[in-house]
Design a protein around this ligand. Sequence first.
Ligand code: DLL
Length: 441
Amino acid sequence: MFRPEAEAASEAARREVQGRQLHELIHTLARSRNAFWRERLADVDPEAIRSVDDLPALPFTTKADLRDTYPWGMLAVPRSFAVRAQASTGLTGKPTIVAYTTRDVSTFAEVVARSLVCAGARPDDVLHVAFSYGLFTDGLGLHYGGERLGATVVPASSGNATLQLQLLADLGADGLACTPSFAMLLAEQARAAGVDGLAVRYLLLGAEPWSEALRTKLEAAWRELTGHPVIARDIYGLSEVIGPGVAMECAESPGGLHVFDDHFLPEVLDPATDRPLPEGERGELVLTTLTKEALPVIRYRTGDITALQRGTCTCGRTHPRIERIEGRTDDMLIVQGVNVFPREIESALLEAEELHGAYAIVLDRRETLTTLEIHAEVTGTAVPPGLDATLRARLADRLRVTPRVVLHPEGTLPRASGGTVERVHDRVDDTDPLGLAPGGA
Ligand code: DLL
């Protein structure tokens, strides 16, 4: 463990601290100068919030709150106290901005360091980070966590698999952090190119949903490449709460992710009633930050579906665990680790006067890296030349994923009963999910 006194604390000791921190947080926010927090907590008596059992008395926060207060409206400290800003995908038009104080940056590094140790990382390791570096929290998050651990971090960022494989082999990476799909792509390319000398022991994978079946495949593929056992472990997080490192699977008992609940308090709610669900029942994960300074969130609706398990794990950690996240309560899609909201696609498309309004989203899952296709109808029968390229550029700019854009004459996309176009489809083999002739309409 990276911090055994926190990770293996008794439940009673942790609850005591959590209650105190929650009280202080609510007290501070309710009395702060920040209009958003004062208003949101107007009906809450901070004196009544003394334990984690009082969580249901608190209001929720959502991504829409961040959009409505863009960019700094939810900051609980003066903007000048923030030392870093990052972003995630927004709901409409603008990204969601998150910010960190010096202490938040330190907390972030600490929880990622804990996550790395969960997967079996050691301070003398070489850690290859193939998450993207930039506005999103994944690359920098893993980077600072690796440094906090004392590892030699290689900020490879995403893309360029050939160079990455060369670096992985030449620098002797012990750990690889990236999306599950990129880990598979690297394994396939390494096998095809006959790369040898790979020493990787563990894969730290997240930012998108993945399955037990993919774990089995990845562990087998990397074992074949390295000649020794390789473990693949799931890391979970979201920018609004901190970034990667909210929860992590351990090497010893995969199948649940330890939530670092001395920083992030989890609840699982019935999405229909918003009531907390008993242990083991699946619902929406809601998180409250206990120690964040710049951008605390209270009962943040993650939209991620999971179940809580309590009790000490065989690894000795006493944090509650969440099940691997496989679904969402909303329509958010994740393409190559990037969150994509269909509404965002729609608003970008509707700005084009030449389009008729009907569109369909196809996730092409035939290759290891899922790609996005957007099909849209133009008004009339003639597709204006060059319009697909214009739309592709606009969508790439907005979504931060470059889609393939295919335009069709009016009335040609398949309609469900009632005349609406079914929005999201998967392409898993050579059968066109839209039922169109090969090469478009
Ligand atoms: O994806 C943070 C992250 C980066 C986590 C790297 C793990 C590794 P956002 O861009 O804000 O932050 O997206 C958060 O991604 O609500 C989930 O829906 C999804 N997600 C993240 N990790 C996992 C995972 C980062 N391990 C959203 N399994 C979350 C399934 C995940 N979904």
